[in-house]
Write a protein that binds this ligand. Structure first.
Ligand SMILES: O=P(O)(O)OC[C@H]1O[C@H](O)[C@H](O)[C@@H](O)[C@@H]1O
Length: 314
């Protein structure tokens, strides 16, 4: 059947890197590069791009792709001895042709299973054996669902510990028109102030300058409201208590070679994460972390949208 044939397609992406294209029958789509297991595109049924990828993104190993959804594993940021954000985002992943059964009975045909296992070289850097399985799926309404399953396959009986984030770059019309709901009153570690702990005040988060915060013990649902676009992103998460909010603003943007000087105006990173309490797995144990994104039209300016309903509704 035609719809089945086009639901999942393999293609060459930028610089000949292999990518998988997912398409839902109503027109939404997503793209995943095997390099990094990295989602680089998520479009709604009107073909509008919902993720930000820098016009200066390199698509050249070993640099991670600037934008989309990099996977931070086994280390978030520089919180440990490994390279910034760990190595999963700059490894070549494989297609997992025979993934173990998924408990979530998703009816979507538009999904792909990827797997990352360490090479002998990798084990010199992080001496652990693991299987990292990633499922990327598009729901019938265009929702983008990412499920990570990480298993300790060490044969030496040793546990391992990691931190993790889905480093999602949302495309926004104008950062100064964006507000984030669901994180207010929560504690955060401010990466711009030696990771000192503060409590967020106020109704919602708005943006007037650089921000780099790790919100702790956050709710399972966060809303990112783009007033100008009249669009609300809803991020739902499971197994990921923390949420990073990052925008480099003008000075840091200029300092990044793979990021346009003015692009900070059109992006906001909100990252479902497990950072404050690292995950420890014994051999044979598996951890699961899930992030589900949807984009819904909103008319916040005309008062039609009740943010509480967005956050509390199903
Ligand atoms: O430049 P990258 O290594 O991709 O990191 C980009 C950003 O990622 C996270 O959001 C961190 O909290 C930031 O401190 C960091 O600058």
């Amino acid at each position: 059947m035609t719809s089945e044939r086009v639901a999942v397609e393999s293609a060459k992406g930028v610089n000949g890197l292999e990518k998988i294209i997912l398409r839902e029958t109503r027109g939404s789509s997503a793209e995943v590069y095997l390099y990094g297991g990295h989602v680089t595109s998520w479009k709604n049924e009107h073909g509008e791009e919902l993720l930000f990828v820098s016009s200066k993104a390199l698509f050249k190993p070993p640099k991670a792709i600037r934008g989309g959804i990099p996977l931070c594993f086994p280390q978030f940021s520089n919180l440990g001895p490994l390279e910034q954000h760990g190595f999963a985002r700059n490894k070549f992943w494989s297609i997992d042709t025979d993934p173990p059964a998924f408990p979530t009975n998703s009816s979507s045909k538009a999904h792909i299973d990827l797997i990352l296992k360490p090479s002998e070289e990798d084990m010199k850097i992080w001496p652990h054996s693991y299987e990292f399985r990633l499922r990327v799926a598009l729901g019938p309404g265009g929702d983008l669902m990412l499920t990570s399953r990480i298993r300790n396959t060490n044969s030496d009986g040793k546990p391992f510990t990691f931190t993790f984030a889905y480093h999602t770059y949302f495309s926004v019309s104008d950062i100064s028109e964006v507000r984030v709901e669901g994180l207010e009153t929560h504690d955060y570690l401010d990466n711009l102030q030696n990771r000192e702990r503060f409590t967020e005040q106020g109704d919602a988060i708005t943006f007037e300058g650089e921000v780099d915060k790790i919100y702790l013990c956050t709710p399972t649902k966060i809303a990112i409201m783009d007033h100008e676009k009249k669009r609300t992103f809803v991020l739902r998460k499971d197994g990921l208590p923390d949420a990073v909010v990052w925008n480099p603003w003008d000075k840091k943007a200029k300092a990044m070679a793979d990021f346009g000087d003015d692009e900070y105006k059109h992006v906001l990173c909100v990252e479902a994460a497990a950072i404050e309490k690292p995950i420890t797995l014994k051999p044979g144990e598996e951890w699961r972390g899930r992030q589900e994104l949807s984009a819904v039209p909103s008319s916040y300016c005309s008062g039609q949208l009740d943010p509480q309903r967005v956050l509390q509704g199903s």
